[in-house]
Write a protein of this length. Structure first.
Length: 808
């Protein structure tokens, strides 16, 4: 068989393998069909069932007309007027099944300044009920005695009790009780919804009535709006709604901004991430664009000296601000005089829309502006005295630098887990995450001090709290009903179970059971509370700072949260996208910070000065040709670029690969800075404007950080291909090639005398990430597969020709 015949044979085999792979990967929808989701027209509880079953238990609600729900998209919070619908899926709730006795609970944070109207606002449950007999066969016999029933609580107030109807496509409408929506009882408009499946007197051992609640169940809320409370002590509440609904908050910067203005804006964004919750999206807005049209439906924060910010000047010109503006800047208010170095915070209701607010962060000097911004990181600190609508900041007392201590102690509240109470027998979970820097040497056992309490009804033998660290069993907390009150258990965690340089997780599995069986069961009588003042203590010492003690940076984000000093390096003329990304990244850093405050600095269009920023971690944004910092450290990047170009050097470690010409790819990579091995530099870049936009978009989203699983992360669209150059690249490349049905060819390192670099087989498919369509089809998979095979076969041919010539 000659060479051409062999290649044709390989091509035929590869196409066959790819075709099979493509057909096997056509996705199937996991949701119910439209025929399965029938909308009730005139019944509070309705559905279909062909059997003849008596119904017992609490009386049923009278039939009532219910609207046919339509999936409500989640536009900006300002677009809702007096009514909104949200499916359970939009509330991040899956379809779930209840086996009696059982319970399901979840929380919902609605906008702070919505006041729900009780009885009109409802939860519409859509469910199926199957009566399963032995071997899970559908039971069609006669039920003796009561069926189990369901109780629905909203903020611990009983909203409804009903007997679920056997059959498919059942619905029931459950109104919000008055106590759950009353502002005196619910000032922040948070709702805890609990669905309890009560056994009652149902003790038939032959059947298991299973209720499946679908995620197209929905909340239908009607509300009135109230005006925001203008008090800086509640920051950022006067400016944001703190809910799961998307909300934009512009940070208005001068058109002719300075590095100090951007540092203040980034500090404010970090403070918002630290102190707010919900789906807030901050953006940078030039003052010239802050008009009555652009700010008609949003609050805003204005930053800068009045002399340099047109928006602040307009507020003074129209008499909106309480302070007086003179020729030299802010004069003062009343008898109080503002000094040059003071920072000034002023909170006001928007004159454009009285449902919104403006906060002006200003001063007469750059230092004063930055001082005012830093005061927002801890607005409730008593020494700052941030109350009311105006504050003059003369000093900010920084917290101790926790990175220099030898013991890091964090409460569950610090770790965003808080205080949690679980009701009802069954299984409940708590997940807590924390970051361990690479330069921490753990000196002793990590200690988890778990504080908890529980009801006296729980079974001592069958109830327990299991504790896992990074999916490894670490300990358990016993349930002892003979001792009431708060209990504490000390759980030592082996340092070897932690992953330095990565997010670590603690999982608490709460198992609650009762000793009595087949009794009138009340879920509320069985509970367990994990206290928010439980503590995680990590003893450590910093690794020695020497040339031989370089920190291994394994991911590009979380290490930034453990050290207060951060420098953002920007191109000489940042785009609007790059400026807004600066704000979004700062917001995410604040949201998961392990330090009490950040010291943020900005460098525009210039290289980092090691003498000034030696102890700073660095985030460099932009293409290499436009960012001086990325260009200056190109030689130490794990994935370098060609000198003075935006084209990748198609080598990683000792592996060479090939990409098509003009190929767009985003890149997020991290390494130690050349001047300080204890500090890192994250480059957010790309080979084109498109690639850079992909990198900025995914790096600015908190829910994407888990995909950054290496020091080099290639980005195409929403797809991230992460590699660890410090662990070698052979295994992932071999895995990709083997999926084509061929034996993975051997990979060869680049030799010192390889002047042009050999084109190695296999790696092109791995390092040419293919865009993943949102709804892939067989044709799409086939095309991508053929492209990959073509590249691989071309590489094989070139490689064999080179070897044959060498043999001659």
């Amino acid at each position: 068989m000659n060479k051409t015949q062999k290649i044709l044979m390989y091509l035929l085999l590869a196409i066959t393998a790819i075709g099979g792979l493509a057909f096997s990967q056509v996705p199937a929808s996991a949701s119910r069909t439209q025929d399965e989701i029938s909308s009730p027209q005139n019944a509070t509880q309705s559905g279909t069932f062909t059997g003849d079953l008596p119904v017992f238990g609490p009386p049923q609600r009278e039939p009532a007309q219910e609207p046919t729900p339509t999936p409500t998209p989640l536009p900006d919070v300002s677009t809702y007027s007096t009514r909104a619908q949200f499916t359970f899926e939009q509330l991040d709730q899956p379809t779930f099944s209840l086996h009696h006795p059982d319970a399901w609970s979840f929380g919902v944070s609605l906008p702070t300044y919505w006041t729900l109207i009780d009885e009109v606002s409802v939860i519409q449950l859509r469910y199926d009920m199957e009566l399963l007999g032995q071997d899970n066969a559908v039971f069609d016999g006669v039920i003796q005695g009561d069926l189990p029933f369901i109780e629905v609580y909203i903020n611990d107030a009983l909203a409804e009790a009903f007997t679920p109807q056997p059959g498919k496509n059942q619905t029931i409408s459950i109104p919000f009780p008055f106590r759950s929506v009353r502002r005196t009882d619910n000032p922040f408009n948070d709702y805890q919804i609990r669905i309890e499946y009560i056994r009652g007197q149902f003790c038939d051992t032959e059947t298991d009535p299973v209720v499946t609640v679908y995620n197209d169940s929905f909340l239908d809320v009607t509300f009135n709006r109230i005006e925001p409370n203008l008090d800086m002590a509640t920051y950022p509440s006067p400016l944001v709604q703190a809910s799961f609904i998307p909300e934009k908050l512009p940070i208005v910067i001068p058109d002719d901004y300075t590095e100090n203005d951007l540092a203040a804006a980034a500090t404010i964004a970090a403070s918002l991430g630290r102190s707010s919750s919900g789906a807030l999206e901050v953006e940078m807005m030039p003052a010239s664009q802050a008009t009555e049209v652009t700010l008609a439906n949003s609050s805003a924060i204005a930053v800068g000296e009045p002399s340099n910010n047109l928006f602040i000047q307009r507020l003074y010109a129209t008499g909106q601000l309480p302070t007086t503006l003179g020729n030299e800047g802010i004069v003062g208010f009343g008898a109080y005089t503002v000094e040059d170095g003071d920072g000034v915070l002023q909170l006001m209701r928007s004159h454009i829309n009285d449902r919104n607010s403006f906060l002006v962060v200003s001063g007469n000097t750059p230092e004063g502006v930055l001082l005012a911004a830093k005061a927002l990181e801890s607005p409730r600190k008593p020494e700052l005295g941030l109350t009311g609508t105006i504050a003059v900041i003369q000093d900010v007392n920084p917290e101790a630098n926790l990175a220099e201590e030898n013991l890091r102690t964090l409460s569950f509240i610090d770790l965003r887990a808080g205080d949690q109470t679980f009701y009802g027998i069954g299984r409940h979970e708590v997940f807590i995450s924390f970051f361990v820097p690479n330069n921490w040497q753990i000196t002793d056992d990590v200690i988890l001090k778990l504080a908890y309490l529980h009801s006296a009804n729980l079974s001592n033998s069958n109830s327990i709290i299991n504790i896992e660290v990074n999916n490894l069993a670490a300990g358990s907390a016993p349930i002892d009903t003979s001792i009431q009150g708060t209990k504490e258990i000390i759980v030592p965690i082996n340092p070897a179970d932690l992953n330095p340089g990565r997010r670590n997780s603690i999982r608490l599995e709460v198992l609650m059971e009762v000793d009595q069986d087949c009794v009138d069961y009340e879920q509320r009588s069985n509970w367990l509370r994990v206290r928010g003042d439980s503590l995680l203590s990590i003893p450590y010492q910093l690794a020695s700072v020497s040339e031989d003690a370089e920190v291994l940076f394994t991911e590009p984000f979380y290490y930034l949260t453990t050290h207060p000093d951060i420098l953002f390096s920007l191109p000489s003329d940042p785009t609007a996208t790059e400026l807004t990304s600066l704000a979004l990244i700062s917001y995410e850093l604040g949201a998961v910070s392990s330090v009490d405050s950040y010291n943020i600095d900005i460098a525009i269009g210039q290289e980092v000065d090691p003498a000034v920023h030696e102890d700073f971690n660095i985030v460099a944004i932009g293409k290499p040709s436009e960012n001086a910092t990325i260009s200056s450290v190109n030689d130490v990047l794990p994935q370098p670029f060609l000198v003075a170009e935006d084209t990748l050097q198609q080598t990683v470690g000792n592996i060479v690969y090939r990409l098509p010409e003009d190929y767009s790819v985003g890149l997020i990579e991290v390494t130690a800075t050349p001047w300080n091995p204890q500090r890192g530099i994250t480059a957010i870049t790309g080979t084109s404007d498109e690639g850079l936009a992909w990198s900025l978009d995914i790096y600015s989203k908190g829910d994407s950080f888990g995909t950054f699983d290496g020091d080099v992360n290639y980005v195409i669209g929403a797809t991230v291909e992460a590699i660890q150059t410090y662990q070698g690249l052979l295994r992932p490349i071999e895995s990709v090639i083997s999926q084509l049905g061929e034996e993975a060819p051997p990979l060869e390192p680049i030799t010192e005398d390889a002047t042009q670099g050999e084109l190695l087989t296999g790696e092109a498919d791995e390092f040419t990430p293919q865009p993943t369509p949102s709804q892939p089809t067989t044709t799409t998979y086939l095309i991508y597969g053929l492209i990959g095979v073509g590249i691989t076969l071309l590489a094989v041919g070139v490689y064999n020709n080179i070897r044959n010539r060498q043999r001659r």
